[in-house]
Design a protein around this ligand. Sequence first.
Ligand SMILES: [Zn+2]
Length: 423
Amino acid sequence: MRLSSTLHRGLVELPPPPGPVGMYVCGPTVYARAHIGNARPYVVFSWLARWLRLGGYEVTLVHNITDVNDKIYEAAPGASAELAARATEWYLEDVGRFGLDEVDHLPRVTDTMDAIVAFIADLVERGHAYEVEGDVYFRVASFPHYGRLSGQRPDAVEEQEPNPRKEDPRDFALWKGNKEGEDTWWDSPWGRGRPGWHIECSAMAEQLLGPSFEIHGGGLDLVFPHHENELAQSRALGHEFARIWMHNGMLRMTGDKMSKSVGNIATIQEVLDEWGRETALVYFLTGHWRSPIDFSDERMAEAAARADGFREVFRNESQPAPPDAWARFEAALDDDFNTPDALAFMHEWRDHELLRRALDVFGLASLAEAPEAPPELHELARRRQEARAARDFAEADRLRDELTAAGWEVRDAADGYRLVPRP
Ligand SMILES: [Zn+2]
């Protein structure tokens, strides 16, 4: 199994199963209903965890909730904790609808405060951070590999968080002293305040996965400064932290008419209400995780048609696939988790057992479950077969019409008939 790593600028081999494979995937900052783009890392890394587990790996998947942040203070002045709690529930409800259920831990910043403060204290003690009037900043000059992940020369890194109190424009906040209007705070050796965004993830990841683990995932927009800073904080303390850094491509809103969306925004909730989980999952399969993926009504309609194509396979008789079919599917996923190639193979298959097994990897086994017609309709279908056997075609046609009116199509099959719901 090999995976593209931003840090290595290429493919990196995973150790053989069972690993273990610790995976940390950056989660949302909770202050509003999450955008469909936020679902991509959730879906892609849930699938990857599932695929690794099926391959015999011992996987621990951690996906955090950032429930202390400037955006939350701005969105709900005086009531930030209430908004964060509500928006956390929205997020869990929305992604829960995908039915993937692979995440082992969902740590929240507000539950990790002791570990965060201890992490910062360690950095200060070892000279990698310094306090200025209740704030604590990471000293970028103390970590010579800074910039390696995002490909910037250490002496030419963009300025972050402009602030004249910093020693160096490249430095970033680990702890921020409480400011007017911020209605939550925690005690620390540097006074009341709250953590910076980047240190939260270093602390949550290491608390649950240890100082060294295999995979760190997140959107491409997190490479700099977020992940560059996470890496610096942890490696400055001599922890390997994540070995492989996977960044999924962004979701691009395209197309003229975005139904139910204003200003190019579509939430996970809106997309699932409009298209359903199966179509949404098939849509994500169509793009390689590293590439950007376009979102439009046209792309979603295309995904819906693909999902229907799979349903149709199970309404017809199974036909054996070539003996190497599964091996080719497996090879596509083991080579940088290429879901578009895997999907293309699946569309060729008419073998029910094989296709059901592949769909199940992506939480799509439901596409293989043809709805069962009620017994009274089976009775009509049986009478139609008898009428045909007796060459009473008028009666056979009448019974067919009755089934049609009930919303079912009767199809002749070698072993009798099949009842298929009409689209
Ligand atoms: Zn993070």
